[in-house]
Ligand binder design. Structure first.
Ligand code: XIL
Length: 379
């Protein structure tokens, strides 16, 4: 896979990718010169970056690996660095699947994100952790387990991983309270302080991120307020959070329920982002995809609506100089987690990603490129 930066690219592809003006850069025979105008390059021209998650079946698909290498400056393993993948049991670590992704990223000059050192939603814990016997001193055992995990993972990757989602989804979306799980039961919200402290010690070079899926819709107010409160408390306690990770599962039918991103929505959303940047935090978009549940079945209408929402959203997000990079949660519809997890009610396959099932760029791909082109440059 190391040599796949030289990819066949037709003249039609050049136009489809909005590179009409750059067709001269497409050599006769339709081969595009390596490295020109990938999303990564368009983003980097503005001091930002672009990437995606990769893993599982998508990682085994050469066509996806090609798109990844062409478009992405950042890779994050979709599932392979989670406890459920790394921790077969309380005593051991299995890095094989994650290491393969790390090797691929490095061979293709991508930077790496680690996702996630602690995902607080217990439905994604390995079964053994939900049933774990914390013994007679449960708080110290819970802290030991968490610190050991973080030290071992960060130690294994050293400086190869530049950014970690240290804590993922700590807030109960409906109430805004801290999630209840096997570790918070013994440690309360100190679990978050401990995770960031352990990450700071084990990965002093890394960007440390609090990552969550709050959104702008009215049904998300408690979630936003809970995250805002948490970030303020962490800042007050000097916990070393460097960035807010905004997952960005947008659109009607994912974690968000509003098809629109109207003026009121934008105002609510900006208020939320403003309070995060006021704490000195950077912003990173970690998992962008567009749930198309209530969008029309017609493919081109749907793709246009997905692209329009993507553009509007990214215009707001990139208006913040604090927004460092944008990751999509998958590059091709074919492997999107939303298809299985939240299928459309009409049974049509969801189309949440920048590339379609045939590995062709969609309007969403162009919307991302245009948003980066229009964005102010970061210093
Ligand atoms: C999802 C993966 O995409 C699925 O394959 C897996 O079954 C469940 O997790 N928020 C996150 C990601 O932080 O880790 C989730 O990824 C999507 C929601």
């Amino acid at each position: 896979m190391q040599n796949n930066r030289f990819l066949p690219f037709t003249r039609r592809d050049c136009f489809a990718l909005g590179l009409g003006g750059a067709v001269a850069a497409c050599a006769p025979g339709g081969v595009k010169q390596p490295g020109s105008q990938g999303l990564r390059d368009i983003a980097r021209a503005k001091g930002r970056d672009f990437g995606s998650c990769l893993g599982g079946a998508a990682f085994r698909d050469d066509r996806v690996r090609e798109i990844m290498a062409r478009e992405c400056g950042v890779l994050v393993p979709e599932n392979e660095m989670k406890w459920a993948a790394l921790r077969p049991d309380p005593a051991s670590f299995d890095f094989a699947a994650a290491d393969a992704l790390v090797d691929f990223a490095e061979a293709n000059r991508m930077r790496l994100r680690g996702h996630t050192l602690f995902w607080m939603d217990s439905q994604w814990f390995p079964a053994w952790l939900n049933e774990y016997d914390f013994g007679t001193r449960p708080a110290s055992e819970a802290e030991r387990l968490l610190r050991d995990h973080i030290r071992t993972v960060c130690g294994h990757y050293g400086e190869r991983v530049f950014s970690y989602d240290v804590v993922n989804e700590a807030i109960e979306p409906k109430t805004g309270a801290l999630r209840d799980n096997a570790l918070t039961r013994h440690l309360g919200d100190a679990v978050i302080d401990i995770a960031f402290d352990a990450a700071r010690q084990a990965a002093p070079h890394a960007e440390l991120v609090y990552n969550d899926f709050m959104s702008w819709g009215p049904g998300n107010a408690a979630h936003r307020e809970g995250v805002t409160r948490l970030l303020h408390e962490l800042a007050g306690r000097g916990v070393p959070v460097g960035a807010l990770g905004v997952q960005g599962h947008i659109g009607p039918g994912a974690s968000d329920t509003t098809p629109e991103f109207g003026a009121d929505d934008e105002a609510q959303w900006r208020k939320f982002l403003d309070s995060a940047v006021a704490l000195g935090l950077d912003i990173v978009i970690t998992e962008l995809d567009v749930g198309d549940q209530h969008l029309p079945g017609d493919v081109s209408e749907r793709d246009d609506a997905v692209a329009a929402l993507t553009r509007k959203y990214l215009d707001v997000m990139l208006s913040y100089p604090q927004t460092r990079y944008v990751m999509t949660w998958g590059l091709t519809d074919k492997y999107s987690w939303l298809r299985e997890r939240w299928p459309r009610e009409d049974g049509l396959p969801k189309r949440p990603c920048p590339y379609d099932d045939d590995y062709q760029p969609k309007a969403m791909r162009e919307a991302i490129a245009d948003a980066f082109r229009a964005a102010p440059a970061r210093a």
